[in-house]
Design a protein around this ligand. Structure first.
Ligand code: GLU
Length: 502
């Protein structure tokens, strides 16, 4: 096994998901922090699928992890699957055994177990399972004889006992961590089916892949003491460690799919219309802040500013509620990133959103509509309701009363619409000509533009709150505008005849 990379060389980090579910937002953050660290230091980003747990892994999960990562749009430099490296794991377990640093445990209740915690008739200290002296002290001859006879066993690490040893590492986030070796149980390296445990496979691969820095969730902090022992058993220097604070719900509970539902899955953010860059920006602020306390950051700024010193120890709260599934900061950042995106790029992102809504949205039409709505949406999916009137053949029914201008009545609305119809028949349909023609119409009617434009806006868009009028009409085109204005005229006429104005 090669020696680990000396600290002067460029760092190698890894993201090591277990494919037992969808891509969790916490895992995405772990990926991103590793990635930023690698890119900041010009190091190497490794993706390693921790897929040795055959009972819990699923192909669907592997797909979902890749789908989530592809959406984030961040790359990696090397890719491995632990299930293709089992021979190495076993070989290294045997090497540790050969050094006398591991022993076979034939206790039926222990065989196949990964993490032993409960007291199961073995030696215990204050109830915690530490080791089984009967197995730990079995002679090598006896152990070989029972193994030779085909008796199943788990292979356990022989944790140093009674020597007063302290295990310690300096975590880049949580500082110096220490634990007495006497308090660490004799954890399993191999299960009775010959498969490696997470601890063994992870350390063997971290050493073999020359991972120089492990950046992972704080829930692995205590595992690290076991890992120090495995690295020692492998005869390599352990990597550096940085553990990340947990992501928690507003009530402080660890984010979990079972408890919190879809807000925990990366694809929920994708489907709601977050831009990957905005989502990355949001995740970075969960447990990290740059020295200058900036919040809105483009990807290159994140790479430049990222450092482990800026990672906090306190758990990071993701705010959501049943009515409001997304953290307000995430939504705000998304709106900022939408505005920062070049308009043609935003248009490309909106095309599939409109397609999914069933609009016949040609790239040209989307390109024309995008600048008109980009200030009006916070999530991409909001573009559907902000721009539907550009795409539908028939406006959704609206209340005719909306057509009536302030301080006016149905008769006035009808006059405005009639006049507009006449003007539009001969006007060129570009922004400036429309601007000129409609202002002239307002002044001929002796109205302020605000008053005159309301019926027109409602007639062509079906609502008062809509993008700038002339540009909107230019995109809609003459035929559509005239048709909608005629329909609006019919509506106000029926209103006027139902309620004659005094
Ligand atoms: N497969 C482990 C997990 O998903 C990796 C932990 C680690 O980074 O060592 O939690």
């Amino acid at each position: 096994m090669p020696a680990p990379t000396p600290s002067v060389s460029l760092p190698r980090v890894r993201f090591a998901p277990s494919p037992t579910g969808f891509l969790h937002v916490g895992s995405a953050r772990t990926f991103i922090f590793n990635w930023l660290y690698a890119r900041h230091h010009h190091g190497t980003m490794v993706l390693r699928l921790d897929d040795t747990d055959v009972e819990r892994n699923t192909d669907a999960s592997v797909q979902s992890i890749f789908e989530g990562l592809r959406w984030l749009g961040l790359d990696w430099d090397e890719e491995y699957k632990q299930s293709e490296r089992l021979a190495l794991h076993r070989q290294q377990a045997e090497a540790i055994f050969a050094k006398g640093l591991a022993y076979r445990d034939f206790t039926p209740a222990h065989v196949g177990d990964d993490n032993q915690t409960g007291a199961q008739g073995a030696a215990s200290r204050e109830g915690a399972w530490l080791f089984n002296p009967g197995m730990r002290d079995l002679s090598r001859d006896e152990s070989d004889r029972r193994a030779g006879a085909g008796e199943p066993f788990a292979l356990r690490y022989r944790v140093p006992r009674g020597q007063g040893r302290t295990l310690q590492f300096d975590d880049a986030v949580y500082g110096l961590q220490t634990k007495a070796a006497d308090e660490v149980e004799d954890f399993a390296l191999l299960r009775s089916d010959g498969l490696p445990t997470y601890h063994l496979a992870s350390c063997v691969d971290d050493a073999d892949l020359r991972i120089s820095r492990i950046i992972r969730g704080q829930d692995h902090l205590t595992n690290t003491f076991k890992h120090l022992l495995i690295f020692e058993g492998l005869g390599v220097r352990p990597p550096e460690f940085a553990h990340l604070p947990l992501l928690v719900a507003p009530d402080g509970a660890k984010l979990s799919k079972r408890k919190h539902g879809p807000v925990v899955s990366v694809t929920t953010y994708r489907d709601a219309g977050f831009l990957p860059r905005a989502f990355i920006n949001f995740l970075c602020l969960l447990g990290w802040s740059p020295k200058n306390d900036r919040e809105f950051m483009a990807l290159d700024e994140l790479i430049e500013l990222f450092s482990l010193e800026g990672v906090n120890r306190a758990n990071a709260v993701v705010n959501f509620s049943p009515d409001d599934p997304f953290d307000a900061k995430a939504v705000w950042l998304n709106a900022e990133h939408i505005r920062a995106l070049p308009v043609d790029e935003l248009a490309r992102q909106l095309e599939p959103v409109f397609e999914r809504a069933g609009f016949s949205a040609t790239p040209e039409k989307v390109a024309a509509v995008t600048p008109l709505i980009r200030e009006r949406i916070k999530l991409l999916r909001e573009a559907v309701s902000a721009a539907d009137f550009f795409f539908v053949a028939e406006l959704a029914p609206y209340d005719a009363a909306e057509l009536i201008p302030q301080k006016g009545d149905a008769v006035l609305a009808a006059r405005v619409l009639e006049k507009t119809e006449q003007m539009l028949a001969s006007t060129s349909f570009d922004h400036d000509s429309l601007d000129h023609a409609l202002r002239a119409a307002a002044s001929e009617l002796g109205l302020k533009t605000g008053q005159a434009f309301q019926p027109i806006r409602v007639a062509v868009c079906g609502r008062k709150n809509a993008p700038p009028l002339f540009a909107t009409m230019a995109v809609l085109g003459r035929a559509v505008c005239l048709e909608r204005i005629r329909q609006a005229e019919a509506k106000v006429q029926s209103l006027a005849s139902a309620k004659p104005s005094a």
